[in-house]
Write a protein that binds this ligand. Sequence first.
Ligand code: PSV
Ligand code: MN
Length: 430
Amino acid sequence: MKKIDQGLIANENSKLEEALDYDYAALGEKLARDNIDIEKLTAAAQAFDVAIPSWGTGTGGTRFARFPNEGEPRNIFEKLADCSVINELSGCTSSVSPHFPWDIVDDFSELKEQADAYGLTWVAVNSNTFQDQPNQEVSYKYGSLSHTQKPNREAAIAHNLDCIEYGKQLGAKSLTVWIGDGSNHPGQQHFQRSFERYLDSMSMIYRELPDDWEMHIEHKMFEPAFYSTVIQDWGSNILAAMHLGPKCKSLVDLGHHAPNTNIEMIVSRLIQFKKLGGFHFNDSKYGDDDLDSGSIHPYQQFLIFNELVDAEHRQQDEFHPAYMLDQSHNVTDPIESLIISGIEVQRSYIKALMVNRDNLYGYQDSNDAIMASQELKKAFNMDISPILAMARARKGAAVDPINLYRKSGYRQDVAKVRFRDPSASGSGIV
Ligand code: PSV
Ligand code: MN
């Protein structure tokens, strides 16, 4: 089942076919001079996939305001429909990551069937213990899994166990835990005791994890807690993951670090110790800005993929990181931002595949700093757009996705039926 008219895609693609063939052939010749087979890169682009967060399809906002778009999804079924549009046009986003309780439904089998019909799969389930729900008996105001009081910790543990049950019904295989726990004032929280309480709570969840599941921990330096967070950086993250066991790994959200942090090096360390669980891709200028992937620091994103491709090349053990976008779209149509972002992440991956690893290792061993950095820059500076466009064309996706999306009139069509209470805040990250 498709949301975008297949005839429209075929028709629009055919108008661009001749120019694409020409550009693709020219790039193929250029790459062949460096012994790079363009067909291998195109096949890799076709196989590449990055998951969409269900909450990313709603309009985001800040603590000051949220300006909802017309026709934004009101429930997980509508979010799923938008995810299908993103995948139909980008050809590289065939999985969806749900967030609970936002995405709870009465009948998960119906939700699974709907995703199956779109050709989408469910990945990592996300728990939410950073917000109180209506009628919740205990509050997360002062924390959840690390709360000083047992009933509050128990509620957070129980919610995570529920998330595993929902995920099982959807066919997901991992639980991602991000908590808002932390403090706003020096002295407010005992650092060691709060971490101990967190580890105790997490071990109760870990114990219930199905054998073929993984648990991913997401660190974040600040926000909503502004002085300290319980899992503030990759150090606390990997310590917790090592403490909990082999099924627990660290997840890197690009926006959750101090500006100028060498994230690619963190990635390398996590790979080395078999603790890299996955990514939340986004971009950032100042903090956890949740901007579109590759829109601010495309070279950083490439350097991260350079580490990932290097691990693939070395056939690193236990290396199967999960890729997902995690962004907040405050002023754009989320469908457009997510299409572009998925393709930008795919672009970084393909460019990293173009690095000649033997040359690079040689330059590193002979301490040739200039040539080593040029080897990376050469790949980064190459415009590989024809490869990505060809990969989309071959998958029946759109050669020019944004133009096609606008021509489809999808947003205008859903706006006619998706009425919502204008005072509702919605379930985006606000
Ligand atoms: C909040 O910063 C956050 O972006 C975390 O990264 C989570 O992954 C996401 O929200 C959803 O809980
Ligand atoms: Mn995240």
